[in-house]
Ligand binder design. Structure first.
Ligand code: PLI
Length: 460
């Protein structure tokens, strides 16, 4: 008898559980109206399966919880800081570390240090908080991702790659002195959790350094990126995720990090650099915005949980189960012929709302409508990643109209089972089947910054 390929399984068993609340469709219709049709404004207790984000929603292990009890809550020089510093040096390879309360704290400080007013900051697609901090520091973001990234149907294996041509053209056009640095997101969240290849970051690094431009890695999901390199790029199949990550980070000069994703914690982040002068500046700035340089807005116990999270997250069996669970949901949806971004992302499945609701134009917030309909159908909470998230051009005030109008089904790490994902897929399929008579939205309240978090909508 021939067996199919050996299946994967989670490398853990469950010790503590949290009950889920099931609500009625009638109640959910009321809750979503109260929330202005914005899933960010729902109460979490009214959500059944929460796929809003994988940020800070991960389940910690017994090893991490035990570490929480070893929190050294000193104002200065906590031993947990030194444990975190040692693991960032060992697994990410940077010399100097400044902890922050989360990723955007790191982005704020780094943008402040490296951007002079009027400079350009290229990157492989924008991320909401990253671009805003660059703009607030006086910079202008320029998208230099490859064209395939904007096409949900392209099955290119490294859709997060930088177009070296676009990067080079920008340097020629504005001059190397006017480029503050280049940001490499790995994986690229807004492109659908798509990875960057080793070959590409190596080429970016070579071109950037030829012009004296720094490479800043957004390392938020870089471990997932390393796993994709292991699976997809020639020459890496026999290397561990840890080995690949270290090589990958070696092609960057600094990193901002949201520990709330890869690192299996509920809060925490850092900025890590190799340059002493930059470190000194960051270490000075952190006392204004976050806290002393040996805690950066975190409790000692939070730093310990993150230090231990690094050790667990880097394991090949963990990361394989994490990424394969996302693919499990993708495969189910594929069976229902649901339009989505391919290849599947590392942290989420992204539904293609434009294909889902072909009759709702993008300026009626197609993906926002889909996220609301999914919640009404089953209590599954998802997130809009389209025109609402993209916001407005800082100079013209016009709404961006991104090619990608997506709804993200984000899988928290170590939280849900395959049976939960079966329910999610079933719900998406039902909403797809009933797609014909659904109406678009108008925005009735728009906050100035990062509008997707707090905007409110009404049916047209
Ligand atoms: O949410 P923060 O401040 O810890 O991190 C900001 C941040 C930076 N880079 C990337 C790629 C992110 O995905 C990110 C946060 N992402 C969120 C909250 C998400 O739901 O994807």
């Amino acid at each position: 008898m021939r067996f199919p390929k050996r299946p994967w399984a989670e490398p853990f068993k469950i010790k503590v559980v949290e009950p889920l609340k099931v609500t009625s469709e009638e109640d959910r219709k009321k809750y979503i109206v109260e929330a202005g049709y914005n899933t960010f404004l729902l109460r979490s207790e009214d959500v059944y399966i929460d796929l809003l984000t994988d940020s800070g929603t991960n389940a910690m292990s017994d090893y991490q919880w035990a570490g929480m009890m070893l929190g050294d809550e000193a104002y200065a020089g906590s031993k947990n800081y030194y444990n975190l510093e040692a693991n960032v040096q060992k697994f990410y390879g940077y010399k100097y570390l400044v902890p922050t309360h989360q990723g955007r704290g790191a982005e704020n400080m780094l943008s402040h240090c490296l951007i002079k007013k009027g400079q350009y900051v290229p990157g492989n697609m924008y991320f909401t908080t990253t671009r805003l901090h660059q703009e607030l520091a006086g910079g202008t973001f320029v998208d230099v991702i490859i064209d395939e990234a904007h096409n949900p149907q392209s099955d290119f294996p490294f859709k997060g790659n930088v177009s070296i041509q676009k990067f080079e053209d920008l340097i020629k056009k504005v001059g190397e002195k006017n480029v503050a640095y280049i940001t490499i997101g790995a994986t690229v969240n807004m492109a659908g959790g798509q990875p960057v290849s080793m070959e590409n970051i190596k080429a970016v690094h070579a071109l950037a350094h030829k012009h004296g431009i720094k490479v800043v890695l957004d390392a938020t999901r870089a471990m997932e990126n390393a796993y994709f390199i292991q699976q997809r790029e020639a020459g890496y199949a026999d290397k561990t995720v840890a080995e690949i990550l270290l090589e990958f980070t070696s092609y960057s000069d600094a990193a901002t990090m949201s520990g709330k994703k890869d690192l299996l914690v509920n809060i925490g982040g850092f900025v890590a650099v190799n340059d002493w002068d930059l470190f000194e500046e960051l270490r000075n700035l952190v006392v204004i915005y976050e806290g002393l340089h040996t805690y950066g807005g975190l409790a000692g116990r939070d730093m310990e949980a993150m230090a231990r999270g690094i050790e667990e997250a880097i394991q090949d069996d963990h990361i394989a189960a994490r990424v394969n669970q996302v693919a499990y949901l993708g495969n189910l949806l594929d069976e229902y012929k649901i339009p989505m971004v391919k290849p599947y992302g590392g942290h989420a499945i992204f539904l293609d709302a434009k294909k889902f609701y072909e009759h709702i134009p993008q300026n009626q917030y197609t993906a926002q409508v889909l996220a609301a309909e999914l919640y009404i159908n089953s209590g599954v909470r998802t997130m809009e990643r389209g025109i609402v998230s993209a916001g407005r051009d800082k100079d013209t005030g016009k709404e961006y109209a991104p090619a990608l109008e997506l709804v993200r089904l984000t899988i928290p790490r170590r939280v849900y089972t395959q049976a939960h994902l079966d329910i999610v897929a079933y719900s998406v399929a039902e909403v797809y089947e009933n797609r014909k008579n659904v109406k678009g939205f108008k925005m009735v309240y728009e906050p100035k910054y990062l509008r997707f978090f707090q905007a409110r909508f009404d049916k047209i």
